[in-house]
Design a protein around this ligand. Structure first.
Ligand code: CU
Length: 119
């Protein structure tokens, strides 16, 4: 009984370690400006996303939409592990950044986050 539990625990531990090291090898979002979930006092001019891995520029990008679903970015560019998204002059409101990335290790990742522009 105890031996069974130990065996199960060992297998679960291995699975967790494997999953974690797998995830770290992919390009996940490290930080963003404006920061994820933050409120900025005025339009940021651009959104900068920093990733944990180098990105393939041709297959990585991001779009920004306002709360009505309209696109408010002017295109994105990638350099190394940094993605920059130009944005129009943003009025007060909530904005969603949707990104997709192909890291140099050929793994695809994607995600989204929101920031707010205050009055
Ligand atoms: Cu990877």
């Amino acid at each position: 009984m105890i031996r069974n539990l130990l065996a199960k625990f060992a297998i679960i531990s291995l699975a967790v370690v494997a999953t974690t090291s797998f995830a770290e090898a992919h390009a996940s979002l490290d930080s963003a400006s404006p920061a994820v979930g933050s409120t900025v006092s005025s339009s940021p001019g651009q959104v900068t996303l920093r990733f944990t891995e180098g990105l393939e520029p041709k297959f990585s990008g991001a779009q920004v939409h306002n709360s009505a679903g309209a696109r408010v970015d002017t295109g994105s560019s990638v350099s190394g592990s940094t993605m920059r998204v130009g944005v129009k002059n943003l009025g007060p409101g909530a904005y969603t950044v949707e990104w997709h990335a192909l890291s140099v290790d050929t793994h695809k990742t994607q995600g989204s986050f929101t920031f707010h522009v205050g009055k």
